[in-house]
Design a binder for this molecule. Structure first.
Ligand code: ADP
Length: 598
């Protein structure tokens, strides 16, 4: 696992002081003061012997993170965060982890949570700012002795699940519900993996939600759409299993408190089939939060910062896992092992091994997606399928790796190159749009949208907050900001808006995402280029989630589910099928592993 120590430098501290100027809202040993105090005043304040509650604020991933720190002398007795812009599963989990660490260690020198670096750093900066206000120099706080010790790890379990993403958590919950003793190993500091990045929803056919909403769909059509999307190289048996079990998977999610009632259209599906949470929140964060609750209710141990390094084999069967963590190496013996380590979209060395031309591409993946499970499984003789099938997403902001959702184009945005011209039907499939972006000079493009689109699509606010959006009151002003000839961009928008009115795109034959023209200022641009998004290939499994060897035999005791496996998505995964895959096959792997142990 890759973790970074926060460095408390003098510069960091002065940054914290600067923050105080705008962020102090009060301290409770005096009545709360609502007007800002100056930095000079706060630095001269003496340590508060009797204590109080102090607030500090710093810029997080999706907005401000405010820390409310209660101190008594130099002791931090309570800590709370207010961070409305953070997602519960990523930012919220990171804040919870940092809160625990700071209270336990009594210092702000804590590790940044992988996958939530910005939020973690903001949390620490906000606490430091509050401490300075309390008259405490954060760098003078020393960790309480012995607080670095880790929770003792179990050395025996019925089933060990490697990976705490959607597939691993589904498998663990299923196996535990079947009455078995299960543990989860997660190499990063938080659960969720790439699952937290899933925004759309889960594809499922013949569900009661569809029936209630009068949507006619069939398992056969789901299979056909998935095969077409995957260019027909998918393993049709696995696809059939996914489609046939999808409606039950939706009901299983409901049974644990995660209904997905909102059904809509999504790319590659011939009917409304993608199921999403009622309130429009991203499906990944929503599911991870419910899985997390369920793990706690069922008392399934989750060992964070614990990396599996090897699958232990005895007489041809998997009998445990070797792990490494801060306190050294351990062995966990088990009757079955479930691999749910996700894909390898965050491992450039690995994806360029299979696809050299992806060198230098950024990734949309979380840091844990390094393909460990594929390497571990291959080492004990597992077969790999479709390993070179890697999906790139066409619209990724390159300095932050933020993926600009297809919804922006779907709602009417266009792509232009540095010359200010459109170059593709923006609604083409991911591979076609990506190839066309790469073909432009510099290999990048700009997504252009207007204020009406921003108002209609919630997702755009997070891009604005992340600081990746250029803005201009007029098209010409926007063009100046991004160094495009204003007259050319203005002409391009003019032609496009006429096409929208006429419902005919004479240039690139775009047919969808043409409900709104781009005529309401201010205008916006995000510079994008393709990024690695999903690795379709991986470990071969059968329809029971058992891992298959290079010789074509079942490897006893070893199961796999989710992005670590290959075959389901073929050459191209369609939106909504990643979640269908992790829930259906996570469930199957958990059940099969439980059956094998019983
Ligand atoms: P899926 O969608 O298939 O569930 P995710 O990417 O959501 O995949 O989750 C996979 C999880 O596995 C991530 O949280 C990742 O950090 C974790 N992981 C990857 N390699 C290891 C490893 N060697 N040991 C423990 N956990 C791992």
């Amino acid at each position: 696992m890759k973790r970074m120590k926060l460095v408390r430098s003098a510069a960091g501290l002065s940054a914290a002081l600067v923050l105080l100027v705008t962020s102090i809202v009060g301290c409770s040993n005096k009545p709360a003061v609502n007007e800002p105090t100056t930095a000079a005043e706060t630095t001269t304040e003496a340590p508060s012997e009797e204590g109080g509650t102090f607030e500090g604020t710093a810029q997080g991933f999706g907005g401000d993170v405010t820390a409310k720190v209660t101190v008594s002398g130099k002791e931090i007795t309570a800590l709370e965060f207010v961070a409305e812009g953070e997602t519960p599963a990523i930012g919220g989990a990171a804040l919870e982890a940092i809160q625990k660490e700071v209270l336990k260690k009594q210092t702000t020198e804590v590790d940044v949570i992988a996958g939530a670096t910005v939020t973690s750093k903001a949390a620490v900066e906000a606490i430091n700012a509050a401490l300075v206000l309390a008259g405490i120099d954060p760098s003078s706080l020393v960790a309480v002795a012995g607080t670095d010790s880790l929770e003792e790890i179990k050395t025996e379990a019925d089933i060990v699940v490697i990976g705490g993403g959607g597939a691993g958590m589904t498998a663990a919950i299923t196996a535990k519900q079947a009455g078995l003793d299960v543990v989860i190993l997660e190499k990063t500091g938080m659960i969720g993996g790439n699952t937290t990045k899933a925004t759309g929803g889960m594809n499922a056919a013949e569900t009661h939600f569809q029936k209630e909403q009068g949507i006619e769909d069939t398992v056969a059509l789901f299979i056909e759409d998935t095969m077409t999307g995957g260019k027909n190289i998918n393993n049709i048996e696995l696809v059939t299993t996914m489609a046939e079990n999808s409606a039950d998977a939706i009901e299983w999610l409901e049974s644990i408190g995660a209904p997905l009632p909102k059904v809509s259209f999504s790319g590659g599906a011939s009917v409304a089939r993608i199921h999403a949470p009622e309130d429009g929140s991203g499906v990944g964060n929503y599911l991870v939060a419910v899985f997390d609750e369920t793990l706690k209710e069922l008392e399934i141990p989750v060992y964070l910062n614990t990396k599996a390094t090897e699958i232990i084999m005895k007489d041809g069967a998997a009998t445990g896992v070797k792990v490494t963590r801060a306190d050294g190496e351990h062995t966990i013996n088990a009757k079955a092992v479930i691999l749910a380590t996700g894909g390898f979209g965050a491992n450039e060395e690995m994806y360029t091994k299979y696809r050299e031309e992806l060198k230098g591409f950024v990734t949309t993946n979380t840091p844990g997606a390094t393909g460990d499970g594929i390497v571990m499984a291959e080492a004990i003789g597992a077969n790999l399928v479709d390993i070179e099938q890697i999906q790139i997403h066409p619209t990724v902001e390159q300095t932050t790796s933020i993926m600009v959702t297809e919804g922006v184009r779907g709602d009417g945005a266009i792509l232009v190159n540095q010359g200010g011209k459109r170059f593709v039907n923006e609604m083409e499939t991911r591979d076609v749009v990506s190839a066309n972006v790469i073909a432009q000079e510099g290999g990048y493009a700009y997504i252009i949208f207007d204020h009406q689109l921003r108002e209609n699509l919630k997702a755009t606010e997070s891009y604005v907050k992340a600081g990746i959006v250029e803005e201009g009151e007029t098209i010409e002003a926007l063009a100046e900001k991004i160094n495009i000839d204003p007259s050319v961009l203005s002409e391009t928008l003019g032609i496009w808006n006429e096409a929208v009115t006429a419902k005919t795109d004479g240039e690139f034959d775009r047919k969808t995402g043409m409900e709104h023209d781009l005529t309401t200022g201010p205008y916006y641009a995000i510079k994008i280029a393709p990024g690695v998004h999903h690795t379709m290939g991986g470990v071969e499994i059968n329809t029971s989630g058992e891992v298959i060897s290079a010789e074509g035999n079942v490897i006893q005791g070893l199961f796999a589910a989710g992005e670590v496996t290959g075959g389901i998505h073929g050459a191209n995964r369609i939106g909504g099928n990643a979640v269908a895959d992790i829930v259906v096959f996570g469930h199957i792997a958990g059940k099969s592993a439980a059956d094998s142990v019983k």
